[in-house]
Design a protein around this ligand. Structure first.
Ligand code: NAD
Ligand code: IPM
Ligand code: MN
Length: 356
């Protein structure tokens, strides 16, 4: 029987609330009859850790994480600490130092969920592949001068290798004949994105069985609202991917539904986290939608090779959304815990049906 060691980092705000439901679901689908087990080790990193130690995670955090098969993460950010401190202290170094250069963000509709889409535009069913280690998030630049003369410079770093590997991954996801859209802004941000366009076209030429297009990010934003069903796989830079995947979550009906996998293809160690943040406006009230975090649990199991268990979670999610067991973000009045209860009930009844 395979045993997977999972580092669980609940983090801040609603992070621990949604992760708790994800863990209940993971415990329910693992075990002897499933043929695998999970060793879940909780790491209390984040803003509370910062209060005690003056840093968001221990100095040896990255080597510690390398010993796990996967990382299951909630969110980071607390209103009394600067956001740049908390994100540069935890989530961004994990992505960068573990070289998790693909941030995979699927956009799918769940049955029964109200969305802002007009029926005639069709159902979005696309995957965003976001570059996750460089680009606008390179962290280079600085502030100088004072008063009216103060200025800030923020430098993006785009490498041929960095672009090539993420675009190559996007093509590896696409089925023959499907569309890969490379998202840039090479008309205005000419240095970075003419390089990106060039490299993307070279990669596309190696995949003649796929359809390929490049599109400026502003036009992509427009098309995502007007005609989202036209897209298959989108690939874009760190910042564009960040922004457009919140838009994708909006199409899904709530940020609380959106899931992501941070991967280094070919490597087992990967990080799974909902797309949303710590949502301080609703933290501690039992209102957070746990389905994004639960969808991350399914992505994690699929990545570990446990596709059947991943499928069980997805079916339980669909059952729960079809029954409209919704938190307030989806117009319901259920608590985070009640959605978790409904998922466990759905998993249990499916299991009983399977046994008879
Ligand atoms: P946010 O994603 O936390 O919240 C945006 C809005 O969506 C809020 O109204 C919130 O209530 C709602 N929302 C988010 N998740 C929800 C859920 N599961 N269920 C129901 N509603 C949900 O973004 P923000 O307000 O811009 O940022 C808050 C903090 O989170 C900041 O400190 C920011 O830096 C941090 N952040 C962290 C991550 C991460 O850890 N990966 C991601 C985004 C933002
Ligand atoms: C996300 C978040 C992060 C990002 C923040 C917290 C740095 O918004 O995962 O989408 O921009 O990548
Ligand atoms: Mn984001």
């Amino acid at each position: 029987m395979n045993t997977y060691r999972i580092a669980v980092i609940p983090g801040d705000g609603i992070g621990p609330e949604v992760v708790a439901e994800g863990l209940r679901v993971l415990r329910a689908v693992g075990g002897a009859d499933a043929g695998f087990s999970l060793e879940l080790e909780e790491l209390p990193w984040g803003s509370a850790y910062y209060d005690r130690h003056g840093r968001m995670m221990p100095e040896d955090a990255i080597p510690t994480l390398r010993a796990f098969d996967s990382i299951y993460f909630g969110a980071v950010g607390r209103p009394d600490l600067p956001d740049d401190l908390t994100v540069w202290g935890l989530i961004l170094p994990m992505r960068r130092e573990l070289d998790l250069y693909v941030n995979l963000r699927p956009v799918r509709l769940y049955p029964g969920v109200p969305t802002p889409l007009r029926p005639e535009v069709g159902e979005p069913h696309f995957t965003f592949v976001r570059e996750n280690t460089e680009g606008e998030y390179a962290g280079l630049g600085g502030r100088q001068g004072q008063g009216e003369h103060e200025l800030a410079v923020q430098t993006g770093v785009f490498t041929r290798r960095g672009i090539q590997r993420v675009v190559e991954y996007a093509f590896s996801l696409a089925a023959p004949g499907s569309l890969v859209t490379s998202v840039t802004k090479s008309n205005a941000l000419r240095h970075a994105f003419t390089l990106w366009d060039e490299v993307a076209a070279e990669v596309a030429a190696r995949h003649p069985d796929m359809r390929f297009e490049k599109m400026h990010v502003d036009a992509v934003a427009y098309q995502l609202v007007r005609n989202p069903a036209r897209f298959g796989v989108l690939v874009g830079s760190n910042l564009f991917g960040d922004i457009l995947t919140d838009l994708g979550a909006g199409l899904q009906g709530s940020l609380g539904l959106a899931a992501s996998a941070n991967l280094c293809p070919g490597q087992r160690l990967a990080l799974f986290e909902p797309v949303h943040g710590s949502a301080p406006d609703i933290a501690g009230q039992g209102k957070a939608n746990p389905l994004g975090a639960v969808a991350c649990a399914a992505l994690m199991l699929a990545h570990l090779g446990e596709r059947q268990a991943a499928g069980r979670i997805e079916r339980a999610m669909e059952h729960v959304t079809r029954q409209q067991v919704f938190t307030p973000d989806l117009g319901g009045s259920c608590s985070t815990r009640e959605v978790g209860d409904a998922l466990l009930a759905a998993l249990g009844s499916e299991h009983r049906k399977g046994a008879t």
